[in-house]
Design a protein around this ligand. Sequence first.
Ligand code: 5RP
Length: 230
Amino acid sequence: MSEELKRVAAESALSELQPGMRLGLGTGSTARHFVDLLGQKVAEGFDCICVPTSEATARQAEGLGIPLSDLETLVQLDVTVDGADELDTDLNLIKGGGGALLREKIVAAASDRMIVIADGGKLVDTLGRYPLPIEVNRFGLGATRRALEAVLASHGAQGGLELRQSGEGDPFVTDGGHLILDAFFGRISQPEALSRDLLDIAGVVQHGLFLHLCDRAYVATPDGVRTLTK
Ligand code: 5RP
């Protein structure tokens, strides 16, 4: 069911595409549907140039014959289409469940518009039920963790921090060679202040709060697609 809804959300985002666009391609199972659909359009002659937000998406897009570039060459994109782990009705997001948050944020920030595609289960009143991914440098992990615990406590986190593991039981390593600590807040009542406090910690590379970056979301529910616009 949820896979079908992800596909429906991805299909809705096709309406955003114009020939010749420079596109950012998101990461995750919902974005994967969008890349599949885009691949079909490219095979039919649709013209675009794309920047992937992860090695996994790059491999998928390459396999489908989607033309790829990077932000050294293009510097600015028209639209990025990506999934989210949580979104609220102000279009603030938690992302990074797939570990691609750093590249996803760089690509979204370099895009004129960011479009989110999601199934209805991702829409929440208040962000924070989904653990917030925080990408950290490997160096100084213990010290970074201690500084993060203080920030969690000052923002009323209901749980702690967990070093993300890969399937093999080793620490999960991002495409950029960093680690991820997942922070269990329960409820994030002051996302802007939390964002600043996290980025003030020297060992923090980036976090998964995407604030004021998303312009529109297509949220697929069993009753139809809800379009949320900034
Ligand atoms: C990857 C992400 C994904 O967009 C997010 O995890 C949603 O994934 P899915 O569509 O598989 O639920 O942020 O870093």
